[in-house]
Design a protein around this ligand. Structure first.
Ligand SMILES: NC(=O)c1ccc[n+]([C@@H]2O[C@H](COP(=O)([O-])OP(=O)(O)OC[C@H]3O[C@@H](n4cnc5c(N)ncnc54)[C@H](OP(=O)(O)O)[C@@H]3O)[C@@H](O)[C@H]2O)c1
Length: 291
C-alpha cells in the first residue's frame, strides 16, 4: 500500500512514518515543510507542484494529513493564519485525496470539546472554546461533508520521540537533564489523556489495514492534569532542582481558553482491536531511562 504522510517532520507524522515503514507492508513517503529531514521530501499543501518528489507517479492510496498550526495560544491571536493552515490546508488535501481516490486520514484534537465533562467518547457533542478547536472542528466537518473515504483520529497530549522535542514530556525530560534550579508554572486543573505518538502510528496502521472508516478517539486511558503528568515524568529524575508550581488555569493568562476536563475515551477503538495495548507514560519513561 502506498502511503503519503504530510507532516512527517512533525511529532505525529514522523512516528506514523517510522511505524508504517518498519511494521507494515507499506511504501511510505513522508514530507516536511520548513524543517527538512534526511528521510522526508519537501511538500507544501498549498503548492503541491513544488514538491521534491513526483506525487503523480507515486499515486498514494492513503494520505495522512498531520499539518496544522498547532500552537493553541498563537492561533487565538492569529485566527486568519490558523484558518489558513488548519482549515484551508485540509481543503487542499481533500482535493488531493479526490484526485488520487485515496483514503484520507486526518489527525484532530479533543479541543473540539469544551472540557466540562471529559474524557469524551466519539458520539459526545462538540463545543470548541478556542480558535484552534474551532478550526480543527471545521476541518473535520469539511472532510465529513465532502465524504471521501476517511478516518478522523482525535488525539490529545501527544508525546514521544521527536526530532525537535517540542512535546511536553520531551520538554520536561530536557529541563530535568539540565540540572538547573527552576520553577515550572503549570495548570493543576487541565486534564487530558496523553498518548504516545508511536501508538498513533500503530493504531493508524491497524485501522487502515482493516478498512475502518469514520471517527476514532485514541488515548492510553490514563487521565492526568498537567501537574500530575509533570510529576509522573519528573519522579524519574529524583535529584533535580526543578520545582513545579501548580496554578489554576485562570492564573496562567493563556491567550486561548482551555477545555479543563478534556481528554478522550478509547473504548470504541479497543472494542474493535481488543488485543491492542496502548503504552503508558511509565512504559515510555522506563524504555527511555532503563528503569
Ligand atoms: N501534539 C499534540 O499534542 C496534538 C494534540 C491534538 C491534536 N494534534 C494534531 O495532530 C497533528 C500533528 O500534530 P504534531 O504535534 O505532530 O504537529 P507538528 O509537530 O507541528 O507537525 C506538523 C507538521 O505539519 C507540517 N506542515 C505545516 N505546514 C505545512 C504545509 N503548508 N504543507 C505541508 N506540511 C506542513 C510541518 O512541517 P515542518 O515542521 O517541516 O514545517 C510538520 O511536519 C496536528 O493536526 C495537530 O492539530 C496534536
Amino acid at each position: 500500500m502506498r502511503v503519503f504522510i504530510i507532516g512527517a517532520s512533525g511529532l505525529v507524522g514522523n512516528n506514523c512514518m517510522q511505524y508504517l515503514r518498519k511494521n507494515a507492508q507499506c511504501e511510505v513517503v513522508g514530507s516536511h515543510y520548513s524543517f527538512a529531514t534526511i528521510d522526508t521530501e519537501y511538500f507544501n499543501v498549498f503548492n503541491p507542484e513544488a514538491a521534491t518528489f513526483d506525487l503523480d507517479a507515486f499515486r498514494p492510496e492513503v494520505i495522512v494529513h498531520t499539518g496544522a498550526l498547532t500552537h493553541v495560544d498563537y492561533c487565538e491571536t492569529h485566527p486568519e493564519e490558523s484558518y489558513h493552515n488548519t482549515v484551508e490546508s485540509t481543503a487542499a488535501v481533500l482535493d488531493l485525496a479526490r484526485k488520487y481516490g485515496a483514503l484520507l486520514v486526518y489527525i484532530s484534537s479533543d479541543y473540539v470539546f469544551d472540557g466540562r465533562n471529559g474524557p469524551y467518547a466519539e458520539e459526545d457533542p462538540v463545543n470548541p472554546l478556542s480558535v484552534y478547536g474551532r478550526h480543527k472542528l471545521q476541518a473535520e466537518d469539511l472532510i465529513r461533508a465532502a465524504a471521501p473515504a476517511h478516518l478522523i483520529l482525535r488525539v490529545t497530549n501527544v508525546y514521544g520521540d521527536e526530532m525537535r522535542g517540542k512535546n511536553f514530556v520531551a520538554f520536561l525530560i530536557r529541563e530535568a537533564r539540565k540540572q538547573e534550579e527552576k520553577i515550572l508554572r503549570l495548570p493543576s486543573d487541565q486534564f487530558a489523556t496523553p498518548v504516545n505518538a508511536y501508538d498513533i502510528g500503530r493504531a493508524c496502521s491497524l485501522l487502515i489495514r482493516d478498512g475502518k472508516r469514520g471517527l476514532y478517539h485514541l488515548s492510553a486511558g490514563e487521565y492526568f492534569s498537567r501537574v500530575q503528568l509533570a510529576e509522573k515524568v519528573l519522579h524519574y529524575f529524583p535529584d533535580i532542582r526543578l520545582r513545579i508550581r501548580a496554578l489554576p488555569t485562570k492564573k496562567l493568562n493563556q491567550d486561548a481558553p482551555r477545555p479543563l476536563k478534556g481528554g478522550l475515551k478509547n473504548d470504541k477503538f479497543l472494542a474493535e482491536f481488543p488485543e491492542f495495548r496502548f503504552s503508558t507514560i511509565d512504559d515510555y519513561m522506563r524504555e527511555k531511562h532503563g528503569i
